[in-house]
Design a protein around this ligand. Structure first.
Ligand SMILES: C[S@@+](CC[C@H](N)C(=O)[O-])C[C@H]1O[C@@H](n2cnc3c(N)ncnc32)[C@H](O)[C@@H]1O
Length: 262
């Protein structure tokens, strides 16, 4: 039996997604600055609250916005004991909330779900409108790795590859073998992936296959800097990871911290 599913399944996500090393502490630090200035914080593409919930548990007022009802339902369930977090179903490129924030943040490369410049700009403009003067924006995206991307253009383009992260299904407790295919479309800087999860029975026979598609837009450093300048932000820092390392040639991430001018 095989079927095609949305990329994000809340149960599988919570069982598998580790996030970027150090990211919860990194965004918590920025959230505490906003709280100290008396402002709530907003996480866009919040998912199941992996980052937003620890921030709320630290006493910060948080709003988490996501496009997926299912992911938000899980976030709500995990935070039912908290009264300082609110979950909103919405699109990060077109939202209207009643309050202004001291920090808006987008962890775990979710900004890369926006596939065209018009949508990236619409998102950044929406954020700008929702920040208090002097408020901050923090975004973590991949630092495009040309060596890896070259493989998705060349030898590995579209071919079935074994992933290293086989896992035990949180639903059936059976072993799931993980595969993927990836294609890098250079003209629009987009990586198009299909993730294939094969569930095995106790005899090692494949009993189901789930296909999940994912498209991510890769942005380069100066492209992001132009986007931020174009939408009225001043860049405060660019880190190469979520531990605050300076950005460099081999940095895994690009973590931008920018300000709406006071
Ligand atoms: C990688 S998950 C990140 C979840 C959470 N921020 C974390 O770090 O664990 C990406 C999330 O982006 C959401 N998403 C994708 N496109 C979106 C959009 N246009 N507006 C709001 N959420 C979106 C998905 O529903 C998914 O929950």
């Amino acid at each position: 039996m095989s079927n095609t599913k949305n990329f994000y399944d809340p149960e599988v996500y919570d069982a598998r997604a580790q996030g970027v090393p150090g990211d919860v502490e990194f965004f918590l630090g920025l959230a505490k600055d906003a709280q100290a200035a008396g402002h709530p914080v907003l996480e866009l593409a919040t998912g199941t609250g992996r980052v937003a919930i620890p921030i709320a548990r630290a006493g910060v007022r948080v709003v988490g916005l996501d496009a997926s009802k299912e992911m938000l339902a899980q976030a709500r369930e995990k935070s039912s004991d908290l009264d300082n977090v609110r979950w909103v179903e919405g699109d990060m490129k077109a939202f209207e909330l009643p309050e202004k924030f001291g920090l808006v943040f987008i962890p775990f490369r979710s900004f890369q779900h926006l596939l065209i410049v018009k949508d990236q700009i619409a998102c950044l403009e929406c954020i700008h409108r929702h920040l208090v003067p002097g408020g901050r924006l923090a975004i973590d995206i991949f630092n495009p790795d040309l060596v890896i991307m070259g493989q998705w253009l060349g030898a590995k383009r579209g071919g079935l590859q074994k992933r290293r992260d086989d896992y035990v299904s949180p639903k059936t407790e059976k072993l799931v073998k993980a595969w993927e295919t990836r294609d890098y479309h250079q003209a629009n800087q987009e990586v198009e992936s299909t993730f294939i999860d094969e569930e095995l029975n106790d005899d090692g026979v494949v009993v189901s296959k789930v296909y999940r598609g994912l498209r991510l837009r890769y942005a380069f450093r100066y492209e992001m800097e132009h986007l931020l300048a174009r939408t009225g932000f001043e860049i405060e820092d660019l880190f190469g990871d979520c531990f605050g390392a300076p950005f460099g040639d081999t940095s895994p991430e690009m973590v931008f911290v920018a300000r709406k001018p006071a």
